[in-house]
Design a protein around this ligand. Structure first.
Ligand code: FAD
Length: 420
């Protein structure tokens, strides 16, 4: 991770504490070189920050290559210092894209390269779920695999090269469709106007739904594959909840660092939910133990997670084990809250319904204003498209999300040409 001292950011934390998770995750996902350094004496602090008492330092401390230091900064402050926070340059765009996962980034590359003025609004970091993956092995063209962060960073660079604008730390919270435009309200109070849009907001990790989950978030409990945390797990036993591909990848990655990885799987086997190649590797790995019928029912600790309670759904037995790191990789639910008060149709689970799935007995859905049928990937509002995991019936793969992002732009050209 660290191979160029002159570009490397230093992140300081206290030995034995687990602060800084959000910052590490952000830097890792943006492929920013960083080094995590633990301090434990007053002398260290005096030397590094000119503060003689370690108790008086607000950790984590971020030191940039130019020497600037930020004490206990937010992710936004670090992103700002890195020049990642931008303001939209135009008043109106041909296409606004919500979400910079594989679907949104792909849409941005095709839209911008085909001459459309393009803006991408992203709530957190580029890459979406894929950006959290430690190794994507089934994406065409990368026989050795590629980390999610690197794939996302390459796509980001490509989109920027073609002239797309990517606005990070910004979130679409509400949409209004009028005057043939989409006017999206952003969480910071701004409004984004465009002639068409692609919703590529994907899905958000599903939570365990148990007490104290938020209390331990980043303090022992993590969602997804925990790519940034793996190197910190040396010599530890870590627990992973889930039995699908994301959990399997997390287990394989963690096993390169941790002494032992325990996978807690609710069902009776891996085969129904995990790719064969991955489940074979997981089962063969000497440091991975898979426990079936296992469900985490309680979390316990002080500031940090210390113990978890595991229920055995087959025998009814309950056990409490020491656990300082628990990774939750159990899928997710679609990010479509913003569509709640719009004419955009969603299914019961919240996924956006598109194309021919909108037709009722072969007829256009109620309220659809045009004579033609909705295009493939078009929602129940003309010009508003959905791509990737957020779409009802999507395949939930990096390659299909990227493919849909590109296809949505083809239909946007058709929509814009009929729009005049
Ligand atoms: C750990 C892990 C490993 C995986 N490994 C593989 C693999 O090896 N191979 C494979 O093919 N697939 C893999 N997948 C699945 C794959 O990553 C997803 O199918 C893919 O990322 C979906 O892309 P997407 O662009 O549709 O959505 P997402 O990746 O979910 O991206 C959606 C983006 O939208 C943003 N967003 C959400 N709401 C808003 C809003 N209101 N405004 C602005 N932005 C918003 C989110 O922050 C996010 O960045 C993996 C998934 C996980 C979690």
């Amino acid at each position: 991770m660290v191979d160029d001292a002159s570009r490397c950011i230093k992140l300081y934390g206290r030995a034995g504490h687990r602060e800084g998770y959000e910052l590490r995750e952000f830097l890792q996902r943006h492929v920013v070189l960083y080094e995590w350094i633990e301090l434990d004496t007053d002398q260290d602090c005096l030397q590094r920050f000119g503060i003689a008492d370690i108790g008086n330092v607000r950790f984590p401390v971020v030191e940039f290559p130019d020497g600037a230091q930020l004490f206990d900064p937010t992710v936004r402050e670090v992103a700002d210092k890195l020049g990642y926070i931008a303001r939209p340059r135009l008043k109106e765009y041909d296409v606004s894209i919500y979400g910079a996962g594989p679907a949104g980034l792909s849409a941005a590359v095709y839209a911008a390269s085909e001459g459309l003025s393009t803006v991408v609004i992203e709530k957190t970091a580029v890459g979406g779920q894929a950006g959290t993956s430690s190794m994507i092995e089934n994406y065409m063209g990368f026989p050795e695999g590629i980390t999610g962060a690197e794939l996302a960073d390459r796509a980001r660079e490509q989109a920027l090269k073609f002239g797309a604008e990517i606005i990070l730390m910004s979130e679409g919270v509400k949409a209004e469709f009028r005057d043939g435009r989409i006017h999206a309200q952003l969480a910071d109070g701004g409004v984004m106007t465009a002639r068409s849009n692609v919703c590529a907001t994907g899905v958000e990790y599903r939570k365990l739904g148990i007490k104290d989950e938020m209390r331990f978030l980043g303090k022992g409990l993590f969602y997804g594959a925990g790519a940034s945390e793996a190197p910190l797990c040396q010599g530890e036993t870590v627990y992973i909840v889930g039995g699908a591909n994301s959990a399997g990848q997390a287990a394989m990655h963690m096993a390169s660092y941790a002494e032992k990885v325990v996978m807690l799987v609710r069902g009776p086997s891996l085969t129904a939910t995990m790719s064969q190649y991955l489940s074979d590797r997981v089962k063969r790995h000497s440091r991975i133990e898979v426990r079936f019928h296992a469900e985490v029912t309680a979390l316990d600790g002080d500031v940090y997670l210390r113990k978890i309670t595991i229920a055995d759904r087959a025998s009814g037995g309950i056990s409490s084990v020491d656990a300082s790191r628990l990774f939750v990789a159990i899928g997710g639910k679609p990010n479509t809250e913003w569509a709640r008060e719009t004419p955009i149709l969603r299914d019961e689970a919240g996924y956006l319904i598109t194309g021919s799935d909108l037709l009722v007995d072969g007829r256009n859905p109620e309220g659809w204003p045009l004579a033609r049928q909705p295009f493939f990937l078009e929602t129940s509002v003309p010009g508003s498209f959905a791509a990737g995991d957020v779409r009802q019936g999507s395949i939930k793969r990096v390659v299909t999300a990227a493919g849909e992002g590109a296809m949505a732009i083809t239909f946007i050209h058709r929509f814009l040409s009929e729009d005049g």
